[in-house]
Ligand binder design. Sequence first.
Ligand SMILES: [Zn+2]
Length: 370
Amino acid sequence: MAQDLLRSGEGRFWRGNLHCHSDRSDGLCGPQQVAAAYREAGYDFIALSDHFEERYGWRITDTRNLRASDFTTILAAELSSGPWRERITYWVSAVGLPLDFEAPPAADPAEAIRRAHDAGAFVVLLHPGLNNLPLDATDELPGFDAVDAVEIYNHNTFGSVPDRAHGEYMVDGLLERGRRILINVGDDAHFAFPGDRFGGWVEVWAETLDARDLLAGLKSGSYYSTQGPQIERLELDGEQLRVSTSPAHAIALGGAGDRWLDATSVLDEDGGLVSEGAFDLSAFRGSYCRVTVIDTGARRAWSNPVWPWWPQPNRFIWDGSGSAEATAAATGATAPMGTGGGSSSSSGRREKSSRSCPSVPVLRSAAAGW
Ligand SMILES: [Zn+2]
């Protein structure tokens, strides 16, 4: 029987961005303006990932009051593994953090990354290309075992340092070493220039627009990453992978198998569009493969990796690591409304920017369901 690798249970796809910043750290706009801009652009949710650092007062931005009936947030932060100037420091977006997440010991910043993962957060390695993070260094990086997914595309970097925007080398390098990681993309929006947002997002399969459901969908790999194209079906049937997409220039399958065998991409020789692909996976026996879709505007979509020969080829159905209480705390489900981050309790120093937030729509406050 064919196995659906994209969806898990009842639900629909929800569009979200897991990597953006407000003026609570080094972004230019307030949290409300960031959320409003994303909602206006058609997103269903964001994880506002302000930097969690001493200079910003070690605080998690409280976005719970930005939730509405048609838009939600997951509490999150960007964590660093060490001093920013150090050559092999790496950064993660930890999605699903408690508001009272504590600062790491001064001598071990990566402790926060391990602790975030242990508490139930979804941990995404950010912009490895921008940081020129060497694959060989990952064996030695503190806390690196906590990484669940790798940002394969960073939209801010594409608009500012374009040759550093991509993380395929890290994704495939880790996968080829046998590491089981998922794929992610993010904007890294700071609202510093128009091209730093709305360019890379995830489509997460979940039953409801509830932060807990979305977090479970992310952690179980029930999502895909995209710049625009849609992946509508990803189905494993014996040795065959069937893929349906929005109209595309090509649907490609790659991985660490014998990638020079035939039938690793579907395209129309006359230049027409394709939207269906059926791939023989025998070339990827014992390894992994993954799907990339490219449309006529050169925008891409990425499936998560598929391990065809493993009992659970789409990695794992989330094993519940992190208790229900931890998950509830991480998504702010049990905390009282209207308290926490964004207050004036910070003793941290905020870096000044000479620029200001561009004009973006502001969420209408006090609407039902806030
Ligand atoms: Zn960032």
